[in-house]
Write a protein that binds this ligand. Structure first.
Ligand code: M6R
Length: 369
């Protein structure tokens, strides 16, 4: 049942091209327009959304942060991302024009469910992005966008994360289409690039040996830091979470710009630092800023490992190792840059002899608050 892999996690990492493909499947009409008919919320109501609040926990919340960057850019709707367990204790401002988007693989996470219930009581519309058909959160929500990523057995989320991001992009494009913020041509271009992602993930998977080799070399490292900016920031957070969960190594993710406000004090000789490098073709100066962050930590002795777009020669000179991923639109990069970090965490945990499918102290779905 592990499909020839040693663990469910490896199997699920390798299923990611299909997971993304299946999430995209059947959501466009013959003209290439998005048809999210399954959303049972009135189109006018959706169109008049004044604010989106994403509620989720753990990996799903990082998918929510990716969603924020994309949806705000495409739809010009403000998006807040809140850990579900913090949400209802802060007296949040919600009304009928607020759209709550919960993200959950299991659909049973109690913290997320309670936050959704609270928002409903306050009059908000609720939309669930979920992988598990018929689970509680989608059943209690006004609308649901299922991932169709297939069952995820390993406790640490991998393919559901990429599928959540994909579904969030679809939602963003759909809202942009409804609100007239995006032209049909733009949506088509983005969808065409999304459809190329599975093949690009496959290229990363086919090239996993260098990542696994590095994981073997780093087996005894006590701490790893992850840096990212913009849409690379939640990817850095996810890379750190995977390493904590699977390899029990102290790992922290930071927004790269935050370095000089404190975390740079942690850097000493030999400290491994992963850097999620933005596309050199993206927003002006973002790439240059991250390259200078790499130089800052290197000057203090860090061992830098970059995840960068293929052809990005600038990082070669400043990194001990570089994992190249194929390029795509800057906002879609998390679907690619996450993959080497998952492979790394999984391989390192296996090197240490740990059970990657059932890490200690964790449950697949957390059904207590
Ligand atoms: O089932 P959910 O997506 O609601 O679960 C949320 C988190 O508990 C989950 O993502 C957790 O962080 C995973 N162990 C991550 O690998």
């Amino acid at each position: 049942e592990k499909g020839g892999y040693d663990t469910f996690m490896e199997k699920e990492i390798h299923e990611q091209p299909k997971a993304v493909e299946d999430t995209l499947l059947g959501r466009t009409d013959a003209e290439g327009r998005l048809t999210l008919d399954e959303l049972r919320i009135d189109r006018e109501e959706l169109k008049n959304t004044s604010k989106i609040i994403v509620l989720a926990c753990g990996t799903a919340a990082y998918a929510g942060t990716v969603a924020k960057y994309a949806i705000e850019h495409w739809c010009r709707i403000p998006v807040e991302v809140e850990l579900a367990h913090e949400f209802r204790y802060r007296d949040p401002i919600i009304d009928e024009s607020t759209l709550i988007v919960s993200i959950s693989q299991s659909g049973e996470t109690m913290d997320t469910l309670m936050a959704v219930r609270y928002a409903k009581e306050q009059g908000a519309r609720t939309l669930s992005i979920c992988n598990t058909n018929g689970s509680t959160i989608p059943r209690e929500s006004d609308a649901v966008l299922y991932l169709h990523a297939g069952p995820e057995i390993a406790v640490a989320s991998t393919k559901a994360f990429l599928a959540m991001i994909t579904a969030a992009y679809l939602l963003g494009l759909y809202l942009g289409q409804l609100r007239g913020q995006l032209f049909t041509g733009q949506i088509k271009d983005i969808l065409a690039d999304l459809h190329k992602i599975p093949g690009k993930i496959q290229e990363i998977l086919d090239d996993a040996d260098t990542i696994k080799q590095l994981a073997a070399e780093m087996k005894d490292t006590p701490s790893v830091l992850f840096l990212g900016r913009h849409i690379g920031y939640p990817v850095a957070m996810e890379g750190a979470l995977k390493l904590k969960e699977l390899a029990y190594i102290h790992a922290e993710g930071f927004a790269a710009g935050e370095l000089k406000h404190g975390p740079i004090a942690l850097i000493e000789e030999g400290q491994p630092v992963f850097v999620v490098v933005p596309s050199p073709h993206g927003r002006d100066s973002l790439h240059a800023k991250v390259v200078s962050n790499i130089q800052e930590v290197r000057a203090r002795g860090a061992k830098t490992i970059s995840v960068a777009e293929r052809g990005d020669d600038a990082v070669e000179n400043f990194s001990e190792s570089v994992f190249h991923v194929p390029g795509t639109q800057p906002l879609l990069m998390p679907l690619l840059t996450t993959v080497p970090l998952q492979i790394f965490a999984c391989a390192l945990a296996s090197e240490k002899g740990y059970d990657v499918d059932q890490p200690r102290n964790l449950a697949k779905s957390v059904t207590v608050e």
